[in-house]
Design a protein around this ligand. Structure first.
Ligand code: ATP
Length: 514
């Protein structure tokens, strides 16, 4: 835990120092849970968005994109259920005056039981070696099965209570489990209350007639209200999908953990419209497709797991999260939801407009069912960034800090250095940049010794460094150094572009999804 905390602090400090992320309005002491992306951060964020967009829109003939407005007619949020049900259960500790999400306190308690069980399983697996059968051990070892059963019982009781809106039982559960406030250490809790997460705003200058609006809490509704427009203008046939990326806003009760939980964030969502009754098939398909997108980036298979929802949202008949091993443990990175026909049917009812599809094969009209994949761009950024930041101990025992970003996502693909600032070497370095910049982001650096320049680029995440020296003047060759292996090779200037391209091109990374 201490190591995890240390690593997380390092991630936050590194993000600021190397131009990735800073607190919003920092000169005014910042705004809680709102962040700005700096010069490298914006490039990484754009690259993640593009990698998602290409995998979803470019790679799938039956998926198209849109860009809907943030402000929507207020009835949208009545129809979607957000006005009545987009609540989080909150609880305050009377001693520390800190506010928590009651469901998160209980989930964290349950996660600790899972960790205890896992520890026993790992120990036993080490003891028994190849003959170890995890499933048998889980069901026969009383301690392990006890932990796992208790965890299931807690989560299922919480799910039922939340479903019935029985908030006094949610508080009762917190008391029974002896959950204490992490700040005051006390069990002096208030009652649990529901809190709506939408930000309100006004349209119009006149206070009397101004219309109450909401900043969208999810991008999905922009897709639902455009379902028929896209289906008709794109001549789309079911099954088909609509993808969108954009800002969403939630007045989160507990906005901590850096960019994991923000009040203004960006989502990348895709709604896949299907025939009623086919939802389980497509739900499994999209779970697998989305996991393979994540795995293609090479952050380590062991860092992902699925979590099936016990408590389903009002619109869903099945839901799973892809959880990632963040510096503070496994947490939701992406949701895959089977949303039934809830949203389209509800918009039909509230708008009085038909939102149906005529299926020529079945010769009938119906309201399509929907599978949704929804990922937070900022959370994905945190997953990539925190996983990539490593301190390597080298042979000479010195420590190298390196940001091993997947090369396809790296903000700058190559740094070009003249060995010294004279003899025509800077001019050649600039010529190389002028050629490379048509295809890639590059940077020029002539300060300090070469070793220090390499380290700066390692820490910033640049996959390639190219050094121009006196030999370049004679034979048109340069040294190219690889960030991860630190291997250096002498190559001809004319080969540079190709070598970089092979490693950073989206196509070579997307191919790994297959
Ligand atoms: P959580 O349980 O963490 O609050 P959620 O289940 O409410 O998340 P969804 O409504 O399913 O999240 O949103 C889809 C995705 O949007 C999430 O998987 C997450 O990546 C991202 N997301 C949601 N809320 C936030 C937030 N406050 N800050 C950053 N990303 C968010």
């Amino acid at each position: 835990m201490a190591n995890q905390d240390e690593h997380f602090k390092k991630v936050i400090a590194h993000a600021k120092e190397y131009g990735y992320i800073v607190q919003s309005s920092e000169i005014y002491d910042g705004l809680s849970a709102v962040y700005d992306y700096s010069h490298n951060g914006v490039e990484l964020k754009n690259n993640i968005r593009e990698y998602w967009w290409k995998a979803m829109v470019q790679m799938n003939e039956n998926i198209v994109g849109i860009d809907a407005a943030i402000l929507m007619h207020p009835t949208t949020w009545k129809a979607s259920g957000h006005v009545d049900a987009f609540n989080d259960p909150l609880i305050d500790n009377k001693d520390s005056k800190k506010r928590y999400r009651a469901d998160v306190l209980i989930e964290d308690y349950a996660e600790k039981l899972l960790q205890k069980a896992q520890k026993e399983i790992d120990k036993a697996s080490e003891r028994f070696g190849a003959s170890f059968d995890e499933e048998i051990y889980k069901s026969t070892n009383p301690r392990v099965s006890g932990y796992l059963t208790e965890k299931e019982q807690i989560l299922s009781r919480m799910a039922k209570s939340l479903e019935k809106n029985d908030l006094s039982d949610v508080k009762e559960l917190i008391i029974e489990l002896g959950i204490t406030c992490p700040v005051s250490g006390s069990k002096n809790w208030t009652d649990v209350k529901q809190f709506n997460l939408m930000f309100g705003t006004k349209l119009g200058a006149d206070a009397e007639t101004a219309m109450d609006l909401y900043l969208r809490p999810e991008t999905a509704q922009g897709i639902f209200v455009n379902f028929l427009n896209v289906q008709k203008s794109g001549r789309m046939k079911i099954p088909f999908g609509i993808a969108q990326t954009g800002k969403a806003f939630r007045n989160e009760i507990v906005a901590r953990q850096f960019i994991f939980r923000m009040r203004e964030f960006e989502q990348m969502e895709m709604q896949f419209f299907i025939r009623p009754g086919e939802q389980m098939k497509w739900y499994e398909t999209w779970k697998n497709k989305r996991l393979s997108w994540h795995l293609s980036l090479g952050l380590g298979k062991e860092n992902y797991r699925f979590h099936k929802h016990e408590k389903l949202a009002h619109y869903a008949d099945a839901a799973s999260d892809i959880e990632f091993n963040f510096p503070f443990g496994f947490k939701e990175l992406e949701g895959i939801h089977s949303r039934t026909d809830f949203d389209l049917s509800s918009h039909e009812k509230f708008s009085g407009k038909k939102l149906q599809y005529f299926d020529p094969e079945l010769n009938e009209s119906y309201v399509p069912y929907v599978i949704e994949t929804s990922i937070g761009l900022d959370r994905m950024f945190l997953a990539v960034f925190s996983n990539s930041l490593v301190d390597e101990v080298l042979e000479d025992q010195s420590v190298r800090t390196v940001l091993k970003l997947p090369a396809v996502l790296a903000p700058v693909k190559a740094a070009v250095f003249p060995l010294i600032k004279k003899d025509g070497l800077p001019e050649i370095a600039h010529q190389i940049i002028n050629e490379l910049k048509l295809d890639f982001n590059t940077t020029y650096d002539d300060k300090d010794a070469i070793g220090r320049r390499y380290r700066r680029q390692d820490a910033a995440g640049t996959p390639f460094c190219i050094t121009v020296d006196h030999q370049t003047l004679e034979d048109q060759t340069v040294t190219i150094r690889h960030r991860d292996t630190m291997e250096q090779k002498r190559i001809s200037i004319s080969e540079i572009k190709n070598i970089i391209f092979q490693e950073v091109s989206t196509s070579s990374w997307l191919r790994k999804m297959e």
